[in-house]
Design a protein around this ligand. Sequence first.
Ligand code: ATR
Length: 279
Amino acid sequence: MGKLFGLVGHPLGHSMSPLMHNTEFKELGLPHHYQPFDLKKEELEEGIKALRLLGIEGFNVTIPHKVSIIPLLDEVEQEAMEIGAVNTVYRKDDLLIGANTDGQGYLQSLLKLIGEDSLIDKKILVVGAGGAARAVAVSISRSGVGSLTIANRTLEKAEELCRVCSTYADVNAIPLDTASSSLETYDIIINTTSIGMSPETDRVPLPVKGIKDETVMSDLIYNPLETLWLTQGREQGAITANGISMFVEQGALAFEKWLGIKPDRYRMQETVLRKLGGL
Ligand code: ATR
């Protein structure tokens, strides 16, 4: 029997999750459907009650509800609690359980990019300390990392994120404007801020001058597919990657939580790239 899945957020006009999941259901011959549910902040509580009544099997959560959904759920997994945000909800009997696949999705996509199975010998710089940075930094720390530095314009937010990660890793916080003086130290630099995202494509989160050869530069942004920061890094000899594979991987991990089967990640990525004009 067909099952109902969905996406809760506002606004949802540009989300690619419905296309990615519905295409995969179809390709796998599954009768399920993934439906966007555009809920404003004041509609969230009633909206979740309605989704329970509809017997929804699972859903993703996006801006602006990743934090405010937490008290409306029956349980939240520990990693999601540490990140402080939920992007995936699944059902266990009649309970709605919150999880976060953004962090694991990022971690898996990074390991694939570098072709290794651990970050234990890597020195990593995370730029930003907002919601996306929390998912990335917590999951990297939990997996084990050589060292992690978090650089943010507002130092207090980086320090707060450091406290969460310090249970698992050697981590420190620095102001964003000092990060550029030590870029040769890092094996991997990750931009989690929105700097460089369309339409402000002429901006970079930090300079690339001073990075060592073959530094891995990873930008969570995928619109544009290559930010100015990545272009500059590539020209300097960096190994660069955009946020598409994280997006696909977080969706694939949600899919697995809902259905217990592995979707075809390559095909999901092709679906997304075709939509974004990258194929
Ligand atoms: P998200 O959930 O996408 O991470 P967010 O929680 O609003 O969004 O976080 C945005 C991040 O980008 C923050 O680290 C923010 O820095 P502050 O904590 O100092 O606000 C960073 N950011 C956004 N615009 C920025 C800018 N123009 N210069 C420097 N940092 C910026």
